[in-house]
Design a protein around this ligand. Structure first.
Ligand SMILES: *[C@@H]1O[C@H](CO)[C@@H](O)[C@H](O)[C@H]1NC(C)=O
Ligand SMILES: *[C@@H]1O[C@H](CO)[C@@H](O)[C@H](O)[C@H]1NC(C)=O
Ligand SMILES: *[C@@H]1O[C@H](CO)[C@@H](O)[C@H](O)[C@H]1NC(C)=O
Ligand SMILES: *[C@@H]1O[C@H](CO)[C@@H](O)[C@H](O)[C@H]1NC(C)=O
Ligand SMILES: *[C@@H]1O[C@H](CO)[C@@H](O)[C@H](O)[C@H]1NC(C)=O
Ligand SMILES: *[C@@H]1O[C@H](CO)[C@@H](O)[C@H](O)[C@H]1NC(C)=O
Ligand SMILES: *[C@@H]1O[C@H](CO)[C@@H](O)[C@H](O)[C@H]1NC(C)=O
Ligand SMILES: *[C@@H]1O[C@H](CO)[C@@H](O)[C@H](O)[C@H]1NC(C)=O
Ligand SMILES: *[C@@H]1O[C@H](CO)[C@@H](O)[C@H](O)[C@H]1NC(C)=O
Ligand SMILES: *[C@@H]1O[C@H](CO)[C@@H](O)[C@H](O)[C@H]1NC(C)=O
Ligand SMILES: *[C@@H]1O[C@H](CO)[C@@H](O)[C@H](O)[C@H]1NC(C)=O
Ligand SMILES: *[C@@H]1O[C@H](CO)[C@@H](O)[C@H](O)[C@H]1NC(C)=O
Length: 480
């Protein structure tokens, strides 16, 4: 087991040392700090604006500026070239504004020297706001108004996904959580009663209650009965909300529930494939803002939860994940597909020079970079990119799906065995179990040291313990 883990690190080291060139990036980000969902319409706060701007500035320093650490080959450094950038967000106060704030950091105002033009009659014209640059943001339909609705399943209009997520509320997992946490939620009624009365203070509203109190803990200096709202109570509310939202967004035996992650996976592959097929001429840098449901569905589908239990949790505000397309071969002419690799990075919360993204292995692989072919094979195991595929997987047959061919031979890749070059189950299980074991051991050590916070312990370890059980099963099967 240890040698496997050593191999994991050994694989990673040469990659980071080889000279490499980044050719394209797909970035998916959550919005910045916002007002509570329970007081719609939610909006981006000044703090949130600052967060997305900081994150945009970080990614500028990483991919865009002339001194960038992982400069995207051929990307304009100061004056944006629109064909190189593809930004998108749902039509939503919080997400659309976040995308704008991020882009201001990515391509800041260029000043009066660069931001000027000379007309035919020799008049010099300056762009407003010290050379502010306008970057259009495409609207994506999924997630419209999502920050205003408590129900944040990333693909609210996929019929089968709606049914699947609703099934969660009648699952034994949900019922047992509901029962075991009812007293806890009821104890907080004096804090929540302006918004959630005693019949609403329960696990069913796990996310919106957490959201209300999390927002209040950041912004509201006059929380009623605030002595009840200790840090460990807020932690426990967060852990319960994590569990609730993860289960709404992903179920390993019911893959349609993760439709948000499936459509995102297809968008990533298609965008990077456009970078490749255009030999780096278009879509060098795609940026999408979206809701946490897409992150969680994707984390489940890409087996990231087996790499690190944190992936079971809701990513914090302004979290981002990046897919870097790079080569260690000569970058010009544009490398052949077999010379292309992909690295996946994630950062929980606002990225900045002092808090940077980390690379993780996708699909439980054993290295922090994979070939483009392995990447597309892995993603295509669960990606849903075509209208036909979507209609078929979702079981929709009206509206945009009325004319779609939903015969069994067409479209949806859901559940197909796909490529065979993915990592073996054994590797997945072993790494997952090791990481889980280390985490559980350290949690137990902590608990042993600090016997306080018993409530947090109960809910927190239950989800991690279930991962451990799953992985223990695999270890036995594999005879490791
Ligand atoms: C943002 O939301 C808060 C709380 O709901 C509200 O007080 C404020 O007026 C809103 N701001 C804008 C710009 O809409
Ligand atoms: C130059 O052309 C611009 C745009 O047509 C016009 O607004 C401006 O008044 C002209 N300047 C002179 C000096 O003619
Ligand atoms: C799919 O079906 C669901 C349930 O019937 C419906 O609410 C949704 O609007 C449909 N989506 C599309 C895109 O037609
Ligand atoms: C996941 O799906 C399976 C099969 O449909 C179901 O038995 C189980 O209760 C579901 N779990 C959750 C947490 O929704
Ligand atoms: C909420 O509970 C507090 C403390 O029990 C009480 O003082 C307050 O009146 C309640 N507010 C509402 C809206 O019921
Ligand atoms: C709680 O609020 C809901 C919605 O406002 C209302 O229907 C319900 O009767 C209230 N329950 C109690 C116990 O006040
Ligand atoms: C702070 O909380 C109090 C009590 O719940 C509420 O009346 C007030 O509107 C909140 N203030 C803000 C800025 O949300
Ligand atoms: C609660 O958490 C905040 C923010 O992390 C920290 O500043 C504060 O000291 C903590 N309070 C206690 C009592 O631990
Ligand atoms: C990339 O696009 C080309 C041309 O549209 C297509 O033939 C190929 O299958 C795509 N590759 C992937 C991995 O999607
Ligand atoms: C992000 O951090 C929060 C705590 O701030 C944690 O609960 C969650 O699991 C983390 N999520 C990921 C995906 O790392
Ligand atoms: C972040 O680091 C880059 C590269 O080291 C540097 O150019 C930039 O000024 C730094 N930005 C901030 C905000 O410190
Ligand atoms: C995730 O891991 C499971 C085994 O634990 C494996 O069957 C599945 O193919 C993996 N998914 C991907 C996308 O590699």
């Amino acid at each position: 087991m240890q040698s496997r883990l050593l191999a994991l690190f050994a694989c990673a080291i040469p990659l980071s040392q080889a000279a490499e060139t980044v050719l394209g990036v797909y970035l998916f980000s959550r919005h910045g700090d916002r007002t509570a969902k329970s007081t719609p319409p939610a909006n981006l706060t000044d703090l949130g604006y600052q967060e997305v701007f900081t994150s945009g500035t970080y990614y500028r320093d990483r991919y865009v500026s002339s001194s960038a650490s992982s400069k995207i080959a051929g990307l304009n450094t100061d004056i944006v070239k629109l064909s190189q950038i593809a930004a998108s967000a749902p039509l939503d106060n919080v997400l659309m504004s976040s995308a704008q704030g991020f882009l201001q950091g990515l391509y800041p105002p260029v000043g009066s020297t660069l931001g000027q033009e000379t007309l035919r009659n020799d008049t010099v014209v300056h762009a407003p706001l010290d050379g502010y640059q306008l970057i259009p943001i495409q609207t994506v339909t999924s997630g419209t108004g999502s920050e205003d609705s408590a129900w944040l399943q990333g693909a609210g209009n996929c019929a089968n996904a709606i049914v699947s997520s609703n099934n969660y509320y009648s699952s034994p997992e949900y019922k047992s959580m509901y029962d075991s946490t009812l007293d806890f939620y009821q104890s907080l009624v004096p804090v929540t009663n302006a918004t959630f009365n005693s019949s609403q203070a329960n696990f069913k509203n796990a996310y919106t209650i957490f959201d209300l109190l999390n927002v209040a803990s950041i912004h509201n200096s006059s929380i009623p009965s605030s002595d009840l709202l200790t840090n460990s109570t807020l932690d426990q509310l967060r852990t319960l909300a994590d569990n609730h939202e993860y289960n709404l967004g992903y179920n390993s035996s019911d893959s349609i529930r993760a439709i948000a992650g499936s459509t995102l996976a297809a968008q990533v592959v298609q965008a990077l494939n456009t970078t490749i097929t255009s030999a780096g001429k278009t879509a060098k840098f795609s940026i999408q803002f979206g809701a946490y449901a897409s992150f969680q569905s994707f984390f489940g589908l890409a087996n990231l939860t087996q790499v690190k239990p944190d992936f079971f949790g809701v990513p914090d505000y302004t979290s981002s994940m990046a897919f870097e397309l790079f080569t260690t071969a000569a970058p010009t002419p544009f490398p052949a597909p077999e010379d292309l690799q992909i690295r996946f990075l994630f950062h929980n919360g606002t990225t900045s020079n002092s808090s940077t993204p980390t690379a993780y292995p996708l699909f439980c692989g054993n290295s922090l970079a994979m070939s483009w072919t392995d990447f597309t094979n892995g993603m295509n195991k669960f990606a849903i990119g075509s209208q036909t595929g979507w209609c078929k997987a979702c079981g929709n047959s009206t509206g945009v799906c009325a004319s779609a061919d939903t015969s069994p031979s067409s479209g949806a890749k859901m559940g197909s065995s796909g490529g065979s070059s993915g990592p073996s189950k054994a590797v997945c299980g072993v790494i997952g179990a090791l990481v889980t074991l280390v985490v559980i051991l350290s949690i137990e050590a902590l608990l042993w040291l600090f016997v306080v916070r018993p409530k947090r312990r109960r809910t927190n370890t239950s989800s991690e313990a279930s991962v451990a059980r799953e992985n223990e099963g695999k270890l036995k099967v594999d005879g490791a």
